[in-house]
Write a protein that binds this ligand. Structure first.
Ligand SMILES: Cc1cc2nc3c(=O)[nH]c(=O)nc-3n(C[C@H](O)[C@H](O)[C@H](O)COP(=O)(O)OP(=O)(O)OC[C@H]3O[C@@H](n4cnc5c(N)ncnc54)[C@H](O)[C@@H]3O)c2cc1C
Length: 233
């Protein structure tokens, strides 16, 4: 715990964000600060491990946020579609829109059930890192898709800042970035079954009779640089 009244602590100006504007965000500077020993959380030298463990809680918190927001966006959009009459009929009558919503609701339900599964794992004292990473990945992707799709259903009105959906759209975008980007979640997930970074092979000689096009000199030529996903047993 770092007391903010010790010399060396500084807060940059408030950062101007796309979304989550109700929460202040700023860069914090810690220059040559001396912190009382009793402020240490956990054991010295284990900060990184503790932070990695903390990430599981932070990432989990994104999951209910995602399914609750997604359902709210859909409920709001459905109300709008019921009241928006185009060529004499409410937009909710359009099957294509109802089907889109039905698919989102199905995915949202899956995400919620995965959240419950994670809670049960935690209650049983099991490591839920893989499930949390998968659910965080799905949360970001699904929320971005639902926010974008719901905004579309409002047409031009969705583009107006005084509509709630435009705020949902901006705020939702953080979920696939904050607490570890979706690509980082994929990296974590891919480590579990043993997928590792692929070795890159810069060049090789085309074997005779292969479809590779040999150079006129017949010397080894770089055909392409490619990475092969390796599966460890
Ligand atoms: C509003 C807001 C609040 C925040 N609050 C906090 C906070 O309270 N505490 C805190 O510690 N941090 C906070 N952050 C930081 C946040 O956790 C990071 O922004 C986030 O983890 C992404 O890291 P980065 O910005 O360094 O992106 P980078 O690491 O620079 O990555 C940029 C992009 O590159 C791609 N990428 C990154 N790694 C990989 C990979 N392995 N494979 C493929 N592609 C990859 C992804 O698309 C990623 O979005 C906050 C950020 C925001 C926007």
């Amino acid at each position: 715990m770092v007391p903010t009244d010790i010399a060396g602590f500084q807060v940059s100006k408030k950062l101007d964000k796309l979304g989550m504007r109700s929460s202040d965000t700023a860069e914090l500077y810690f220059d040559d600060m001396r912190i009382p020993a009793e402020n240490l959380i956990g054991r010295e030298g284990e900060g990184f491990i503790q932070q990695m463990m903390q990430f599981q809680h932070e990432r989990f918190s994104a999951i209910p946020m995602a399914y609750v927001w997604a359902r709210q966006m859909i409920a709001d959009a459905v109300e709008y579609l019921k009241g928006r009459i185009v060529f004499g009929k409410p937009l909710i009558k359009k099957q294509v829109l109802r089907h889109r919503i039905a698919k989102w609701l199905t995915e949202i339900e899956c995400l919620q059930q995965l959240a419950y599964h994670i809670v049960r794992m935690k209650m049983a004292g099991q490591d839920a890192t893989l499930m949390i990473s998968m659910a965080k990945l799905k949360s970001g992707d699904l929320l971005t898709e639902v926010a974008d799709g719901c905004l579309q259903m409002y047409g031009g009105m969705g583009f107006m800042n005084d509509m709630k959906i435009s705020r949902f759209y901006r705020d939702s975008r953080l979920i696939s970035i904050g607490g570890g980007a979706s690509e980082v979640m994929c990296d974590v997930i891919a480590k579990f079954p043993g997928y590792k970074e692929a070795p890159c092979i810069p060049s090789f000689s085309a074997p005779s009779g292969s479809t590779g096009s040999p150079s006129k000199t017949g010397s080894p030529i770089p055909l392409w640089v490619f990475c092969i996903p390796m599966i460890q047993s």
